[in-house]
Design a protein around this ligand. Sequence first.
Ligand code: HEC
Length: 366
Amino acid sequence: MEKRCLRFADISVSEKMLYSLFLMTIGIGYLFALTHMYYTHQMRDGQAGMSIQDVMIAYYGSQDQTRIGAAINGGPMEANLKSADDKEKILAWLSSDKSEASFAQNVAPILNSSCVGCHNPDVNPSLPNLTSYDGVMEVASSKGASLTGLVKISHIHLFGIAFILLLVGRIFIYSDMSVALKRIIVVIPFLSMLIDTLSWFITRNNPNFAYVVVASGALMGLSMGAQIVISLYQMWLGEFLLSDAQQARVKKMAVSVQAWALPILSASKRYVLKTAPVVWRNGVSIVRKLALSGYHVARYQLNSPLVLSAVEQLNAAQYAERLLDKGYGVWFAGKGWLVKESLLSWLFFGSVDELESYVTRSDTYV
Ligand code: HEC
């Protein structure tokens, strides 16, 4: 007999109430998270509104724009300056080496008279602190995200969101729909979250990955939103609002989605199965080469410096010549010879004898 899993129709009203409140709280929390993101990033490129530029600057940094520079040079804070002269002084300091001495002499007096009325931790703890050199430096650097900062955010982010997605997905699984479609909707938020987090790091080096950050972030939000909406709908509205004919139409749509999703899934499964042995063989050989290279490098570390006689030097030079002819790399490294067979495969020989037997051996192979 086929195993039957629980559906929303099988669970009690109090359970539905609990789930609904949980889903709505998560949904509202997510909206606040979006708002927060908007406020912290939107002005990074000096223009109101969120753009791909803002994301690039947040992770990759910007060559020409600092936050304070953007704010006073065409930005919303320019009006607070008393004269154009003041603006030039601050911009000149920003494009210099930003020393503390020159800050105290040229910039601090301007900020003290025009800005610290608001930008002062006692008055507005949420605004950039412009009362000290350190505070100003926070908005005066043009760097993107720091690696340590990203690592910190990533681990908190992944731990936290994994739980949210688990619970939201667990509830969503009670809904009634095509199984293939359901499996896809359950997997997408996790995949897109992982891709999103990974692309933060890549964007630090390649600003074009900001598009992947935005696309995968949006995909995660949309798919989680779909889970919440579908669950809430099926818990409370589904059976009352849909006529039989409509339900049949929805089922038909689900079946047609399934019709194109399944071939894609099975094609990718076939592809994975086909390529797996090749990937495995290459993987094993790469790991073996790396392990061998590691062993040889360790031997190099342990070997003591070599003192060579003139004859030995001559012999060694000949062997090295023969290896170079074969396209290998050869270095005399004080303690012996490092030989590069390929990028992944390195060998070490601690004496002329070892080098000789390697060269004669590899000659007979060829
Ligand atoms: C009347 C109060 C007030 C004064 C005076 C003021 N600011 Fe601001 N400033 C704000 C507020 C509010 C924000 C946050 C809103 C925003 O980002 O638009 C802000 C934001 C900023 C930011 C952050 C922009 C970002 O990228 O997040 C900088 C930098 C800044 N101000 C610099 C200055 C400078 C320099 C001066 C003096 C010339 C100054 N402000 C004067 C109220 C003020």
